[in-house]
Unconditional design. Structure first.
Length: 572
């Protein structure tokens, strides 16, 4: 690789829930060992990549502001990742996804339009991951306080101006989200936030304008202090939540009172969702920051082959969405290769090292015209059995609790996968391998056991994982159901055989009809308050029952699932 001081290394950490976060930790560990992590100039993150990228940046801030440049070593970076591999797993074992709805008071607060599940998960990111690392900063941690002022550096330090003479580069962190308003990239940095300038406007020699939308939401050039007061204290948790705001699962995060359309005299409220909608690999931001070398870690959900595709409308729409996302990722990478060159890119993804079959067509005699063309898998060359690699590529992209076995498998996979590519990329002298916690899984990933394969198979599921690994849980569930039915059978039987059942159904349907069409049926408007009251009581009942169940799950079921996935149990 060329002289690192004259080049600009960009690191892209993709989306993909906590699966991506754990995968990226393995890459960061390898980069630390090879001495390249200290040379990264820009870190572009999306969704799950933002969750771990923000945590790493806080640790890096502590390091660079406490040690002078000449005293910082590669071992300091290794020590940071060693802390992260342990603390991140401990934090996520609390099950972030379930904890979003595990607080009665917070759930009740969500009845208001200005507080949603997205706001709650932003609070949890700060509480579980960030505030303990950023002890010297306000709680919650604010974006504008992320600026790094390295020890011994100028008081007005800026990464674009003052990195040239440093061995330990102060990187720019870019957390990527997507605006639903215009369908553009939205960037959060320690300096400012907003839609970045188009590439065409940065290069006056280009006269082809592809983005023809009439409005672009400019970033505040003076930073957060020049924004409306309401947005000056934008929290790191909310920026990460916006970057990881999966459409349909979480409510879009609004940025209020920051823009006005003066021509139409209307407020413009950016609604932010997952950065992966626009660019799930985070490559675009690295290009905009004019990086010359690229390390891209893609642990996003991969589109697989299906021999039989469901053709109902909903399934088709989901499949089409997967096709579009797969196309965007592929074209983005191909564009980067054609522009920068393959020798300046290290690219990792969860299907690297897997084989492929090219299926022959059936000829006129009803036989395969040729034999299948088979490309053999190569993942075993970096210490991972192809069957394991396949199962890791199918692991869930979620925000629930990951077991030690699941997390260590993902970390070790990226650590091994990136080793040779990074060595060729950097030409740097590699430090001796460190004693990482995740290397405990190494033997299992080469020499397979039924128990290990079962855990990876279960890891694909979003729901019901505890029942799959602890089948005895079905016994108390069935027993409780049987007891309820036994003691309630008299009432159930009476309802089923009563002539009032039909009347009850008619009244129930009438109540729904009246509540929805009360304006049309104005002559029955006196019934509407009762219907609304019933509706609110129903919501309250589901809220209480749902919260009780979630608390029970977190206290009882979640620990059981984690216990089944401990390394100590697997080794037995």
């Amino acid at each position: 690789m060329a002289n690192q001081t004259s080049e600009k290394i960009g690191l892209a950490l993709s989306g993909g829930g906590l699966r991506a976060s754990f995968f990226h930790i393995g890459l960061l560990a390898q980069m630390a060992e090879q001495g390249v992590l200290k040379s990264v100039a820009v870190i572009s993150t999306v969704s799950g990549g933002s969750i771990i990228g923000a945590l790493y940046y806080l640790h890096l801030k502590n390091l660079l502001e406490s040690k002078s440049d000449k005293d910082i070593t590669d071992q300091d970076y290794i020590d940071i990742i060693k802390i992260i591999e342990v603390e991140f797993l401990e934090a996520t074992e609390k099950n972030i996804r379930m904890n979003v709805l595990a607080d009665f008071q917070k759930n009740y607060q969500m009845r208001n339009s200005n507080y949603s599940r997205s706001d709650r998960i932003a609070e949890l990111y700060n509480e579980y991951l960030y505030k303990s690392v950023a002890k010297s900063l306000d709680n919650p941690v604010e974006m504008q306080t992320l600026k790094i002022y390295p020890l011994g550096g100028p008081k007005d330090f800026h990464p674009k101006k003052h990195n040239a003479d440093r061995k330990a580069i102060v990187p720019i962190l870019v957390l990527n989200a997507t605006t639903l308003n215009a369908g553009r990239n939205w960037q959060f940095t320690a300096q400012t936030m907003g839609e970045p300038p188009s590439r065409e406007s940065e290069d006056n020699s280009k006269k082809i304008y592809i983005d023809k939308k009439s409005i672009r939401l400019r970033r505040a050039t003076g930073g957060y202090q020049n924004m409306v007061k309401e947005q000056q204290d934008m929290s790191l948790g909310h920026a990460v939540a916006a970057s990881a705001c999966v459409p349909g699962l979480f409510t879009p995060l609004a940025v209020s009172n920051l823009y006005t359309d003066n021509i139409n005299n209307e407020a413009i409220v950016p609604q932010l969702v997952d950065g992966g909608v626009f660019d799930n690999q985070g490559i675009e931001s690295l290009i905009k920051y004019k990086c010359t070398y690229f390390i891209v870690s893609d642990a996003s959900g991969q589109m697989g082959m299906e021999n039989e595709v469901d053709t109902d409308p909903f399934s088709v729409l989901l499949r089409v969405s997967s096709v579009l996302q797969d196309r965007v990722r592929t074209e983005s990478l191909l564009h980067l290769i054609s522009t920068i060159g393959e020798d300046k890119i290290v690219f990792l993804d969860l299907r690297k090292g897997l084989g492929q079959r090219e299926i022959s067509w059936i000829n006129e005699r009803g036989e395969p015209a040729e034999g299948d063309k088979v490309t053999d898998p190569t993942s075993q060359t970096f210490g991972v059995n192809p069957e394991v690699q396949e199962k890791l590529s199918l692991m869930r992209t979620d925000l629930d609790a990951f077991t030690e076995v699941e997390a260590y498998s993902l970390m070790f996979d990226a650590y091994q996968m990136s080793k040779n590519d990074l060595a060729q990329f950097t030409n740097a002298k590699q430090l001796p391998e460190s004693s990482w916690q995740f290397t405990k899984i190494a033997d299992s990933m080469k020499d397979l056991t039924p128990e290990y394969l079962k855990q990876l198979e279960v890891a694909k599921s979003v729901f019901g994982k505890a029942l799959m690994v602890s089948t005895w849980l079905w016994i108390p569930i069935i027993a409780i159901f049987a007891i309820i039915v036994f003691y309630s059978w008299g009432s159930i039987s009476q309802v089923l055989t009563s002539s009032i059942t039909l009347l009850a159904i008619i009244l129930w349907l009438a109540t729904i009809f009246i509540s929805k069409f009360s304006k049309v049926l104005s002559f029955l408007k006196y019934l509407r308050p009762h219907a609304l009251l019933a509706k609110r009581l129903g919501r309250a009942l589901w809220l209480v029952l749902g919260t009780v169940f979630i608390i029970f799950y977190l206290k009882c079921i979640n620990p059981l699932y984690l216990a089944q996935g401990r390394m100590a149990k697997l080794k037995k």
